[in-house]
Ligand binder design. Sequence first.
Ligand code: NAD
Length: 362
Amino acid sequence: MITVVVTGAAGFIGSNFVRLILEETNVHVVIVDKLTYAGHPATLVDLENDGRVIVFKDDITDEQAMQSIFHKYKPTWIVNCAAESHVDRSIDNPEPFLKTNTFGTYVLLEAARRFLVRADEHVRRDFRFLHVSTDEVFGSLGPEGKFSESSPYAPNSPYAASKGAADHFVRAYWHTYRVPTLITNCSNNYGPYQFPEKLIPLTILNALDGKPLRIYGDGLQVRDWLYVKDHCQAILQVLRNGRAGESYNIGGEEERTNREVVEGICDILQELMPANQNTCLVEKNLTKYTDLRQFVEDRPGHDQRYAIDPGKIRSELRWSPGHTFEVGLRKTVEWYLSHREWCRQVLGGRYDRQRLGLLAHD
Ligand SMILES: NC(=O)c1ccc[n+]([C@@H]2O[C@H](COP(=O)([O-])OP(=O)(O)OC[C@H]3O[C@@H](n4cnc5c(N)ncnc54)[C@H](O)[C@@H]3O)[C@@H](O)[C@H]2O)c1
């Protein structure tokens, strides 16, 4: 029987990953989550009721707590999704990013190293520490080219710097201690259970409420969009068949400007809940969701373009994304329309959808 420790599983990617492995495998799951503003019990309700899941409300920077979880549950796999994940918040306050993303990853690596020192040979052989990272560690691209596994690290935001530093520790624990690590660097995810501070869910909710749809700068920044379930399938493939010590880039090969993303959401909403039937827009005499677009001051140091070359994971592990952006975006809008109560609960008192990440002008 395989036990998987998934950190950050009350958040977006972690919760989707746990749902996927419960559906597709017979593993047991130990969830470790601090339940910050981005992780909410409402996301865990169905998971907690599954007899194969146990949940710990713990901080990954707590060395004793992490070592005792490894000691007690003897995991075969660890998937590290716990993080501070919002670039705008890292501009306002980098410290929690350094603590959780960098130091927290070190704490988990160290717990893994200590656990393996005392473990039997077959446990050491099967063990995998998979660190979920981002394409943002590679910096920003011009109009051409894509990030590969050998692209140089050039993080531009405090968030990206904290993730890049963690990646280096993960790599070092393989080279120095032979902890069998894997790194995945993925592009922008979207889909169910994403906290409504990121572009896609925030735009959906603001549109439904007739609030301005903020577009940073000219909105021509390009992201390579990856449907979260496709990402989770890729993580599972890497755990099963990836080579220890390697990193794998995961991307949807669906590049869109932020402007196109916002307009795509408006088009789908116009079809599913026409603006002239939405009282929030009718009260403002607006007939189209696109009328809510508002171009605002750009994010400081905003990266212009990210794009992933997923050639390695495609050829080595036979993974490919199952969703086009159009199909995934429609599913996502439908999910948020049918999960308004989840949105209300996770936002409640934690974030009122204000602009974050502008440098203070003092
Ligand atoms: N969402 C994306 O588009 C994207 C893209 C590339 C990489 N990633 C990476 O994927 C991982 C997961 O991202 P996400 O979007 O699911 O993030 P998220 O913000 O939705 O969830 C993060 C989870 O981690 C938990 N957490 C935070 N600090 C913790 C701590 N100290 N101890 C224990 N738990 C803690 C939170 O409570 C939350 O449940 C992150 O490492 C992120 O850098 C995300």
